[in-house]
Design a protein around this ligand. Sequence first.
Ligand code: ATP
Length: 370
Amino acid sequence: MSKGVDVNLENVWIRFGEFVAVREANVNINGGEFFSFLGPSGCGKTTILRAVSGFLEPSDGKVMIGGRDMAGIGPNKRPTALIFQNLALFPLMKIWENITFSLEVQGVGKAARRKRADELLDMIALPDQGDKLPSELSGGQKQRVAIARALCAEPDVLLLDEPLSALDLKLRQHMRTELREIQQRVGITFIYITHDQGEALTMSDNVAVMRAGIIDQIADGHTIYNDPATPFVASFVGENNVFRGNIKSIDGDTALIDTNRSGELLARIAPAALGKMNVGDPAMMFIRPEACNIAADSAPAKNRLTAMVKHEEFEGQIYNVFLEGSEGKEIKMSLVNVGQQRQSAQGHDLTLEYDARQAIALPAGDLASE
Ligand code: ATP
């Protein structure tokens, strides 16, 4: 099996007439990495994948695979294989024949093809299933067969375009682990595109978060989640309570933000925004529901706010409390392990507090839902 190779996008622009689908993309993917492009529908993920696979040429910039400029090199000549959401297994061919179809086209003999199919069936943890038909496999098993078929051609880079979106939720979650395991076993570069942040964060070494043709941040999942570079990333990846205001003061990497109705609140300035925020600037701060707790008392503090409880919901391990936030938005607080013992505070004022290191301040900008 071949090793993974680097994939580099250098200043890539992709235009369709006047419309800019991808704007100045600079991405460095290391050989053997599981890399995801994450973003909402229409942000340009598939377009980038098509430029890597050779189905379209960038309007400007370079696509490099294994250090080679791919300009003018068609899809069949690139060391890539592509898996779509629609698997398109041949229904009347046995699994092993499906997997090695490309070898049959090349005229490889039956015994050699069968041997290769068995190796790949081992790789995807489906030994002894080669003589079945696609209709005899589950959705997840068919998904793995599609991966084996793509790997049969020994690509250096496997491109996956939302391959799990047709599966039900449970299977999708199971397949995340499977895909990651297969990638580590094969050791080649995987480029995965998805609009599902859970998928991107659980499987990837690194993630590029995209919106409207622009890459906002490239980092590992922890950094994307804990240190978002823009309000878009903060609001797209996971849940967040958003407060708007102006910077009142800055002390090192900590900002005090005047949020009007919720008072003055402390937050850590995101690393990407350090040195770029000044007193008086419009800012946004983001507090995760799970970073909030009920304060021991209602004494005012810069990491506390008091608001009326609108409703509460018991979700097993998590107890969600929804407060009446400023600007008509609600504030969500997720309490862990309080169970049913908690007394409902619905209709009453409640003071919540949060760890100011876990609250993030960024310059005001567009949110994912806007
Ligand atoms: P989804 O998750 O819905 O597949 P995506 O992020 O993959 O979305 P793309 O398919 O890359 O989005 O499309 C990005 C933008 O470029 C969209 O606005 C789309 O309409 C536009 N686009 C894509 N291909 C073409 C084309 N051949 N001609 C004109 N516009 C195009």
